[in-house]
Design a protein around this ligand. Structure first.
Ligand code: APR
Ligand code: PHB
Length: 390
């Protein structure tokens, strides 16, 4: 088989890239190891930056998001038993939209298939070949049979545990940080207890109140990185959430049936450069952010917007300048977002190594961010999203 751009991975990065290329008249084939049903039900994050929302609307895949997504014009930082609102609308004129990642994945798959696009599910990319040449190849296995896809360009959109980044490991420099905690996340059949997301910094640890719809809550609490999920009965989870979200004057945390439970490790990771030869890494295959800033999906969208434009220049005008600049263009934004995600994580979590001094400094930082217009604006403009470099 042959195509122009071979895309490994049907997560948000691979699917959106395939869509953006199609709009530019460029053919692609997406290889996905999992089934369609699996990727359409995989629970992940759910906050879209303003710029990403605009990109989806402008490229014709925003209708369901506009109908079912929940626009948020601010967030609440809760500490010392009090609420402090960061008003995105007033500070930046923009908002974010809460829309489940798996619904976006569904929308993108539907758009690609409706346009006659090819996504091969349960097609496991096994190895990449000749990426230093003008005809790189992907070997993949589907239903026990090995196939080969010959392309002009390969996009490695196969997430953190894929095969693309390892294929060029000797050429990469890795920057990483593990955090000494994780997040225990639940989905619950309970109406959100707050209209806006609540980021709570409590002496017992961080907690986050988010949502998926007017009837489904998404809640997280800071836990040990190797926490044993079996040690957390539903009752214990609710009791801990009740404590961490407590507020002066009272706060009612709505409880409900827990329908999903999981532990998310916290990591910051960047591979540089994001390209070698004709292989371009995009999304989680190139970088991971801790979820505190809600940036993973948004970073992936930014990468593929840059890549689609660069691939277009390559085919239309035979120019490789934008492809050559791909990594540097993305990394500028990636590092700014890494900084923001690390900063939010550091400010809001309890660190076992911290003493009373560091805790006081954290609380002073929270008090500063919520009382200075300059500091609040900095948080807000990063949260709603820095502009895309396209
Ligand atoms: N062959 C084919 N597909 C593969 C392979 C392989 N060898 N390895 C992994 N994949 C697939 C995975 O099954 C997954 O569907 O690649 C896809 C990668 O998707 P994501 O992990 O969602 O990564 P990405 O598209 O970069 O999205 C980034 O999604 O998970 C969040 O935190 C992440 O929000 C961020 C965003
Ligand atoms: C989520 O709703 O899953 C979510 C929201 C905000 C975050 C992280 C995750 O910072």
């Amino acid at each position: 088989m042959r195509t122009q751009v071979g895309i490994v991975g049907a997560g948000p990065a691979g699917l959106l890239l395939s869509h953006l290329l199609h709009l530019r008249g460029i053919a692609s084939i997406v290889l996905e190891a999992r089934s369609r049903d699996y990727v359409e039900h995989r629970i992940r994050a759910g906050v879209l930056e303003h710029v990403v929302e605009q990109l989806l609307i402008e490229t014709g895949v925003g209708a369901n998001m506009q109908a079912a997504g929940l626009p948020h014009e601010g967030i609440i930082l809760r500490f010392g038993g009090r609420d402090h609102r960061i008003d995105f609308r007033a500070l930046t004129g923009k908002h974010v939209t809460v829309y489940s990642q798996h619904l976006l994945v569904r929308d993108l798959i539907a758009a690609r298939l409706a346009a006659g696009g090819t996504i091969l599910f349960e097609a496991d990319a096994v190895s990449l070949h000749d990426i230093d040449t003008a005809q790189p190849r992907i070997r993949y296995r589907q239903a026990g049979i090995e196939h080969e896809l010959i392309c002009d360009v390969i996009a490695g959109c196969d997430g953190f545990h894929g095969i693309s980044r390892p294929a060029i490991e000797p050429h990469l420099r890795i920057f990483e940080r593990d955090y000494p905690f994780g997040w225990l996340g639940i989905l619950a059949d309970a109406p959100p207890s707050s209209a806006e997301l609540v980021y709570a910094s409590h002496d017992r640890g961080f907690a986050l109140l988010s949502m998926r719809s007017p009837t489904v809550s998404r809640l997280y609490l800071q836990c040990a990185p190797d926490e044993d999920l079996d040690a957390w009965s539903d009752d214990r989870i609710w009791a801990e959430l009740q404590t961490r979200f407590s507020r002066e004057g009272g706060f009612t945390l709505q409880e409900g049936r827990i329908t999903q439970k999981g532990i998310t490790p916290m990591r910051s990771f960047v591979a540089e450069p994001m390209q070698h030869g004709r292989l371009f890494l995009a999304g989680d295959s190139a970088h991971i952010v801790p979820p505190t800033g809600a940036k993973g999906l948004n970073l992936a969208a930014g990468d593929v917007a840059v890549l689609a434009r660069a691939v277009e220049a390559f085919y239309r005008r035979g120019q490789t300048a934008l492809l050559d600049a791909y990594s540097a263009t993305c990394l500028d934004r990636v590092w700014k977002v890494q900084r923001f995600s690390w900063w939010m994580t550091s400010m809001l979590h309890r660190f076992a190594a911290h003493g009373d001094f560091e805790r006081r400094v954290q609380l002073a930082e929270l008090a500063y961010v919520t009382s200075s217009a300059a500091a609040a604006t900095s948080l807000a403009e990063n949260y709603v999203g820095l502009k895309l470099p396209v």
